[in-house]
Write a protein that binds this ligand. Sequence first.
Ligand code: CP
Length: 327
Amino acid sequence: MNVNKKDILGISGLSAEEISSILDAASVMKRIILSGQKKTNYLRGSTVLTLFYENSTRTRVSFELAAKYMGADTVNINVSASSVAKGETLADTGKTLNSMGADVIVIRHNMSGAPHLLAKHVNASVINAGDGMHEHPTQALLDMYTIREYYKSLKGLKVAIIGDIYHSRVARSNIIGLIKMGAKPVIYGPSTLIPPEIEKMGAEVAPTINDAIYQADVVMGLRMQLERQKNALFPSKSEYARFFGMNQVNMSLAKKHALWMHPGPVNRGVEMTSGVIDGINSVINEQVTNGVAVRMALLYMLAGKENNKDVKYKASLVSLPVQEVCV
Ligand code: CP
C-alpha cells in the first residue's frame, strides 16, 4: 500500500490504510535510528526547507534530523530575519523557495489553512507542521505510532485526551486519526476549553477527570496554550492544576500499563505533575524519538529518489530490511 500524495496537510486527508502505511514505514525508520547507522541515501539530491512562523523545538528539529538522516540537504528559514518581515506574502515566499529548488517545504503557521494555501502555489511537497488551531498531522501520526508500538493495534483502545481541547491542533488531529483507526477518544477539560463541535467529530466528553481516565489504555495531556487565549478561560494555573491536572492519584484510575503521553512542551506542575511526566508509564521521550521516525517516513514517501516529479510515486518501505536502507 503506497501513500500517493503531493502534500501532507492534515489527518483528515488520510485514510486508515494510508495512516497504517505511514506507521509501517516509520517502524522501518525507527530501526534505522536505533541501529546507530542513521545516514541513508534515500533523499540524496533533495532539499527540505523548514519554514516556521511559530516557535518549535521538537517538530522543527525532528524534521531537520529526519531529512539529514535520509540524506537530504536542509535549510531552516529564520522567518523573523527573512523577507517575510518586509511584508512578503506567504504565496510569494513559497514561490521564491520553490524557484530555488525546494522539494519539500515544512511549514508551521499561526493561521489555520496556511499550509493549504502554500501547497496551491508551489510544486514542492508541503507538510503541515501545525496550523493555528486546525491540525498538527505529524504529531498525531507519531502519537498513533507510539500507541500502536505498545498495543499492536489501536482498535478499541480508550484514549483519554485531557486539557485545552479548544486551542489544540494536536487534539483535533488525534481525534480524527484515532477514530479512523478504531480507537475511542474520550476528552475532558475546563468547559470553556471544550469546543461544542467536538462530540460531532465522534469524541466522547467525560463529565469528570476521573471518568475520563478510568480504565483508559492511554492518557494524553495537552499543553495549556496561554499564547492563544485572548481572555482568561480558567482562574489560575494553580486552580487548573488542582481541578484539571494529571497526578499520580488520578492516573492510578487508568489501566495498570496505560501509556502516559504529552506532545510537549509540558508546563510542569500545571498539566501534569513531575511524578507523571517522569513516571514509569510515561512515554513522552519515546514520542520524541518516534517523531523523527515518522517524519523520515513522510519525507521518503514525498521525496524519495524513486519519486517522479510529475507523478508523485511513493514506495512502501514496509518490506525493506534495515541493512538495505542504510548506506
Ligand atoms: N509537540 C510540538 O509540536 O512541539 P514543538 O512546539 O516543540 O514543535
